[in-house]
Design a protein around this ligand. Structure first.
Ligand code: PMP
Length: 338
């Protein structure tokens, strides 16, 4: 049957793209998993589906129930769309600093969006704590009516990547993968893919490409959670070790500045036609670093997590980029004259 019965059936099985420019630059075969082609536009459709299927199986999410999640946006979009398709209400808590495009997409998808201040995890007003408390309050009123997805610490997230994303990468490369690199938000992608690849090929190198402002690279290299600087990328980086990230088999880790990552996504759009978001830029920078580490002739896989259109007003806005000290290519100045 070539017919997809519903939205969930179209999540995953994304193409693996040859990244021509970076491959030529490094002498490696550098491949990008085109996660922006998922129905909700990001890799987080997989997380949403994995968590929802797990909750349904355990009887935690019941027909007509309410999904509650704390998210930078993309997981919420996946949950709202799958919720629409399966008859669930969705309530999303997210920091007010996230892109207008993601907030609008969530509203279009029918989510009840609650914006909260962008505060550190230890603050009780943090979006994850507020989401959990809201879910608890619904369940106090009507037991069993709400389910909190808990994407950061619910390891059904990592397990879904281990069973789907990783297996697709292995099959698409015919098992010829020497390295995998990506950034971590929940850590589900990196830990899930990393575990499955190591199991199949213990020599494969797993690397973390971490945005400035995140504590994870420093933690892997020095054993201490320390963050410096900041990044305009969204959905990646962390100040804590989540249950999904815990124990990820990471061989190498780098902190990548925006000045290095954003020009790579500008070049990818202009020279190869792929329009990707900020976390994909950090992943591209990581792929170059891993290729340099392994040397020419190796196959390296990374992730193109979502589309650049989701961040047009930031990543493709000359004035915004200049304010952040990020180089602006001539063509972008000409496309959006100030
Ligand atoms: N890229 C984007 C655009 C995301 O939204 C996220 C998740 N918030 C990630 C990367 C990180 O993926 P993971 O949560 O699996 O670490």
């Amino acid at each position: 049957m070539a017919i997809s019965p519903d939205l969930s059936a179209t999540v995953g099985n994304t193409p693996l793209l040859r990244l021509r420019r970076i491959s030529a630059l490094t002498g490696c075969e550098v491949l990008g998993k085109a996660e922006f082609l998922n129905p909700g536009g990001s890799i987080k459709d997989r997380t949403a589906l994995g968590l929802i299927c797990d909750a349904e199986r355990k009887g935690l999410l019941r027909p007509g129930g309410t999904i509650v999640e704390g998210t930078a946006g993309n997981t919420g979009i996946g949950m709202a769309l799958i919720g629409a398709s399966r008859g669930y209400r969705t309530v999303i808590f997210m920091p007010e600093t996230q892109s207008r495009e993601k907030i609008d997409t969530l509203r279009m998808a029918g989510a009840d969006v609650r914006l909260v201040p962008a505060v550190p995890f230890k603050d009780p007003r943090h979006y994850v704590h507020v989401a959990r408390a809201y879910s608890d309050s619904l369940n106090e009123q009507t037991p069993g009516s709400a389910w909190f997805g808990n994407q950061f610490d619910n390891t059904a997230n990592r397990d879904w990547h281990e069973a789907t994303t990783a297996v697709e990468i292995w099959d698409q490369t015919l098992g010829q993968v020497d390295g995998f690199v990506c950034a971590a938000g929940t850590g589900g992608t990196l830990a899930g893919v990393g575990r499955a690849l190591k199991e199949r090929n213990p020599g494969a190198k797993i690397a973390l490409s971490d945005p400035a402002g995140s504590a994870l690279a420093h933690y892997i290299n020095r054993g201490e959670l320390l963050a410096e600087g900041s990044s305009i990328s969204e959905g990646i980086g962390s100040s804590r070790i989540t249950a999904n990230f815990e124990g990820a088999p990471i061989d190498l880790a780098w902190s990548v500045p925006d000045q290095e990552s954003v020009p790579l996504l500008h070049e990818l759009l202009r020279e190869e036609g792929w329009c990707v978001g900020g976390s994909s830029g950090v992943n591209l920078a990581g792929a170059i670093r891993l290729a340099r580490e392994l040397g020419p002739g190796h196959t390296i896989v990374t992730v193109l997590s979502d589309a650049g259109t989701r961040y047009q007003a930031k990543l493709f806005n000359p004035r915004f980029l200049r304010e952040k000290g990020i180089p602006v290519p001539d063509w972008l100045d000409q496309a959006f004259p100030s």
